[in-house]
Write a protein that binds this ligand. Structure first.
Ligand code: NAP
Length: 250
């Protein structure tokens, strides 16, 4: 089937990215599933999506690496066609730690994976979407975090600060490219049941914190995917530089 709309979702092999890929596929998009290391889940997801009758490719690329990002976007140019939506979703978390114990290596790893990656992918998307360079416009949706507002003291200020940078990127880039047919929006999830919390050293973190969440529970990846989809879709056509918080009331 020929798909007119094309989306790249970074870090889409699992969690929020995978749920987002499925939702865009159900809405007729051709899908590029990007992943860094875990090919198994990414290939399984691609099979599931292809069965829906939409075109789906997987591209292994570390989006914190400039050469990988260039290859990711040129592969999509060739195999799927004109990019219409970029979802900057890939992110990492390190084990819980107070700032006093953080090394430069850890902080830089967080920043390159969570911030540099969004800048590089946004750059490649803007080159292709901007009406000033022959593009037809498009949408970028950034996945930030409620941590950008809370600061995540005693857990991971480095991660929280990286998400603060994504909020600033969203605001600045949205204004920079508003007249070029490109919208840039952002979701700020919090307490979503994914494997990321195991990477932070506490797989049961959300269960522990549930009583502090006004809605009384953690969220599901599907609930975040719905917000990402809405911010990318035509129904939010007058929205740019905006943020949707998905953290159960926090
Ligand atoms: P997840 O289950 O850990 O998935 C993240 C994915 O990102 C992984 O599949 C990983 O790929 C990929 N990734 C990491 N670094 C990458 C890189 N440099 N290049 C390409 N792919 C990379 O996490 P998630 O919970 O779905 O999180 C998705 C986004 O939501 C992240 O930006 C996260 O910060 C944000 N978020 C999550 C929560 C939450 O409660 N879960 C809350 C707020 C914000 P591989 O597996 O192949 O290594």
């Amino acid at each position: 089937m020929e798909n007119k709309k094309v989306v790249i979702i970074t870090g889409a092999g699992r969690g929020i990215g995978a749920a987002t890929a499925k939702l865009f596929a159900h809405n007729g998009y051709a899908i590029c599933i990007n992943y860094k290391s875990q090919s198994g889940p990414a290939e399984l997801l691609a099979k599931e999506i292809s069965a829906l009758g939409v075109k789906c490719i997987t591209v292994k690329a570390d989006v914190s690496n400039e050469n990988d990002v260039n290859r990711l976007f040129s592969t999509v140019d060739t195999e799927l066609g004109t990019l219409t939506v970029l979802v900057n979703n890939a992110g990492i978390l390190k084990p819980q730690s107070r700032l006093i114990d953080m090394t430069a290596a850890r902080i830089n790893e967080i920043l390159i994976n969570n911030v540099t990656s969004y800048f590089l992918c946004s750059r490649e998307a803007v080159k292709r979407m901007s009406t000033t360079t022959g593009g037809s416009g498009g949408v970028i949706v950034n996945v930030s975090s409620g941590a950008a507002k809370s600061g995540s003291p005693n857990e991971y200020i480095d991660y929280a600060a990286s998400k603060g940078a994504i909020d600033t990127l969203t605001r600045g880039l949205s204004l920079e490219v508003a007249s070029e047919g490109i919208r840039v929006n952002c979701v700020r999830p919090g307490f979503i049941y994914t494997d990321m919390h195991a990477d932070g050293g506490e797989p049961g973190r959300i269960k522990r914190l549930e009583s502090k969440i006004p809605l009384g529970r953690g969220g599901q990846s599907d609930e975040v995917a719905e917000a990402i989809y809405w911010l990318a879709a035509e129904k939010s056509s007058f929205s740019t530089g905006n943020f949707l918080d998905l953290a159960g009331g926090l």
